[in-house]
Design a protein around this ligand. Structure first.
Ligand code: T4K
Length: 408
């Protein structure tokens, strides 16, 4: 019997799918999978009956206006502009602020944060993150400011709020615009203040995989009257009224069907928050004792929505690499994700522009190699997390055998 056979035998004892056992979950678990309760579905269908009766499906319809008012109230902000997705929302903000030159943003974010800049031919200057919150490092951001910098984009990643005060200070000092990609931060707070009113504007995503979903969609939040007005024109081809276009615009409108979904979901916000907070604490209880697995804390600067459960895998202490753990989990039908590996600076069309950026993005590089998002929106949290945790523990305890068996 050679070493590989020994390993295989051990693995069968472990009953891991990677060793030929059956997957722990019949139905796949996904990061960001939506759970739509029956009461929300019923409410959605009810609202849609009215939408069909009205025969008014888009173009700033009554459902969109109602949703905007509700979201503005929740985030205590003057203007809420609903859009068809957050990426377009960010493009509109950059356009409305007439930005030029260079934009400083973290590399450790979803690619859309960078794409929105490049779409407008703005130069993306990637900044490192701070290790505790995985949000933009303010000191490092200040060192990247040049005479061509026009704005900084902070990303409230995984619902962790940026160092808002630090960013506000440097933006004031250097006369820069400040924008927040708040795609993950619906309902989050900085201290006791809801996000939405910081910087020039904040953009939340309502994508299907988000805390609050309208299938596709998003909102731009701002307290700036002029900016709010401009954004509304930009969203609708530049129209000021019938047959009256005074500026460039695009189609970034949210449909009535999306708004209906948002309105239907409002009634379950409180219970969803509670459920996700509970899920986070069950994970905390079950996985924080596993050597080499660190749960990224959330809510350090205020309230989180607990939508993302993010861990860092330290290969030396855990015994196998993050990618090997991911492989084992996927075989169990647990589709964890490496958000946001490898960092924007390592993906095109940016990588060839900044081939040496990795040298200064040291924390980004380290975190990108270790990060793993676990499914959080679970139907049977106690049971599911127990199973996930015991698989991760089994991997740790049998690291040697797994390394011998799993080859990429
Ligand atoms: N800024 C940040 C920091 C963001 O994370 C995002 C979006 C944005 C800006 C831009 O917001 P939007 O323009 O999208 O409004 C997904 C989402 O498409 C994207 O919205 C999200 N971030 C990103 C983190 O995740 P992918 O390419 O990873 O999606 P995909 O198809 O692999 O699905 C993700 C997981 O969700 C899978 O495990 C499957 C599951 N899933 C997906 C869908 C669509 C479901 O269970 N049900 C579904 O309906 O980007």
């Amino acid at each position: 019997m050679n070493i590989k056979d020994v390993a295989k035998e051990e693995m069968f004892k472990m009953k891991l799918a990677v060793a030929g056992g059956s997957a722990a979950f019949k139905k796949p678990l996904y990061v960001g999978q939506p759970i739509v309760e029956k009461k929300v579905r019923d409410a959605y269908f009810n609202i849609m009956v009215d939408v069909f009766e009205r025969n008014y499906f888009t173009n700033d319809g009554p459902m969109v206006q109602k949703l905007e008012a509700e979201i503005a109230k929740i985030h205590q902000v003057k203007h809420c502009i609903a859009v068809c997705n957050a990426t377009i929302g960010q493009i509109l903000v950059l356009k409305a602020l007439e930005l030029e030159g260079e934009i400083i943003l973290p590399s450790f974010t979803f690619i859309s944060t960078a794409h929105a800049c490049l779409w407008l031919n703005l130069k993306t200057v990637f900044c490192d993150i701070d290790k505790a919150t995985l949000t933009i490092d303010v000191q490092k951001a200040e060192r990247l400011i040049t005479k061509d910098t026009s704005a900084i984009i902070g990303v409230h990643l995984f619902g962790n709020i940026c160092d808002l005060k630090g960013l506000e200070n440097i933006c004031k000092k250097h006369r820069l615009r400040l924008i927040f990609d708040a795609a993950h931060a619906f309902g989050c707070q900085f201290g006791n203040t809801p996000i939405g009113s910081f910087g020039n504007a904040e953009i939340i995503s309502f994508h299907a995989t988000k805390f609050f979903s309208t299938f596709e969609g998003g909102v731009i939040l701002t307290n700036d009257d002029e900016l709010g007005n401009r954004l509304r024109f930009l969203r609708n081809f530049g129209f000021r009224g019938y047959d009256d276009v005074k500026s460039l615009g695009i189609n970034a409108k949210m449909s009535e069907s999306s708004a209906a979904m948002g309105l239907a979901s409002l009634s379950s916000l409180a219970s969803r928050s509670e459920r996700l907070k509970n899920i986070f604490s069950i994970y905390q209880k079950n996985i924080s004792t596993i050597p080499g697995i660190t749960l990224v804390p959330v809510g350090t600067r205020g309230r989180s929505n607990y939508f993302y459960v993010v861990v860092l895998v330290d290969e030396k202490k855990f015994g196998v690499s993050r990618d090997m753990l991911l492989y084992v989990l996927c075989k169990e039908n647990i589709f964890a994700r490496r958000y946001f590996y490898p960092g924007c600076h390592r993906m095109e069309p940016y990588a060839h522009l900044y081939p040496a950026a990795y040298k200064r993005l040291t924390i980004t590089e380290e975190v990108a190699k270790k990060v793993l998002c676990l499914p959080s929106n679970l139907e049977d949290p106690e049971k599911d997390i127990n199973t996930i945790a015991s698989i991760i523990k089994t991997v740790h305890k049998n690291a040697g055998e797994i390394r011998a068996l799993v080859k990429f």
